[in-house]
Design a protein around this ligand. Sequence first.
Ligand code: FE2
Ligand code: FE2
Length: 204
Amino acid sequence: MNAHADTLNAEHEHAKFREMKEGTAQDWAIIGKEYMEHAKGLPDRVLDHLRLLEGDFGGFPVDRLEHSLQTATRAHRDGRDEQYVVMALLHDIGDTLGSYNHPEVAASIIKPFVSEEVHWICQNHGAFQGYYYFHFLGMDKDAREKFRGSPYFDACAEFCEKYDQAAFDPDYDSENLDFFEPMVRRVMARPLASMYSKALIEDD
Ligand SMILES: [Fe+2]
Ligand SMILES: [Fe+2]
């Protein structure tokens, strides 16, 4: 363990068990308290990770951070609510670690905080975005058709048409990340649904 980790550890209480099956209520009180603090830091970690997309162009006309800001700005200026705008801001945040399945990364991060529809749009936007370019790569531009029976098909198609595929304009006056930060904090302030929701609420 390095010196920094030693210092951090010295400031915190620790559970005593070596295997979880030895755990006690006291151990879990310690861990529960730490978990609450850690959960509160989620918006900061998400915003930090989003900043990793800066300067990452991948051949596109704008970098991935500008694309994210532009997608969110277009959604916001079109009157979308905060859940939707935050989804638009984060929809490609998985490009760094989920290079082969990026929509699922963003969808997992926002899932506890948004409606089923907004989550679905995020999770499946990759196939719908393909409508605009898959045919240039020898793929099927109509790959999204496999989702035609979903109640959210039109909403996802609309997200891509109005905001995602439209957000590659280097001359567009996107809002900056500071503008969206309060929205990210509000949307992520409390999970609407999580297997840990009961514990989180009781701890307030
Ligand atoms: Fe994407
Ligand atoms: Fe995108």
